[in-house]
Design a binder for this molecule. Sequence first.
Ligand code: BGC
Length: 261
Amino acid sequence: MINIDLTGRRALVTGASSGLGRAIAVNLASCGAKVGVNYLKDQVAAQAVVTQIQQAGGQAIALQADVSQPEAVEALFAEVDRAFGGLDIMVNNAGMDGARENCAESQPDHWESVIRVDLLGPYYCTRQALKRMQPQQRGVILQVTSVHEFIPWAGYSAYTSAKAALSMFTKSVAQEVAMQGIRVLAIAPGAIQTPINASVWGNPDSLRDLDQKIAMNRLGEPDEIGRVAAFLVSDLASYITGTTLAVDGGMLIYPDFSHGG
Ligand code: BGC
């Protein structure tokens, strides 16, 4: 039987108080990892994730930090050092879609804040994670990109730009550290039912529209990402680096071509 075993691994998951981050943190912990549950604002929700993990027999701590601020990321990693004495798994999950704004009408500060959270955040965290992983010659960095690493999305040019850039960042850094026992890779979720797209799945018309963009004709569940993330950061995926795995129910396979053409 093949088991995902992360016993003794020290993990940090950003944006883990809800949505995909929460599912990833819970799945990593259920495979035996100690998990730092990073959150921005919602301490109660982060604590609930920690409690859920502990009640299932796992280990976790809640860690507040705004990943878009380099000093805050430095302080976050100092806390990780104190609590875990190092890091083996970094999951850069924290992110936001931002408001829908076409380029010509967009506000530069809105655009920039999406880039800060979705691209600079993973950069700051990857940089700090590598400093811990390089001396031990072991580690995995998993970026949570999106199908919008590949699919254009009108009104969300900051988001798509950040995710496409994060993909190329992932590949370049993977090349830098491949000989040091460190894997750097990405998972590209499609439309997963989380708070980020609640306004879409909360409305029957927009939900139908979204379902039609997915070959399986349904949204994904957070655990369908959490389970794959656990595999990707485990030794079972020891030969995977510098690439993105799409987990999207077939959003990237042009579902419209299932008919006509
Ligand atoms: C976005 C979601 C969206 C999904 C599919 C994700 O990257 O965060 O809001 O529903 O892509 O378009």
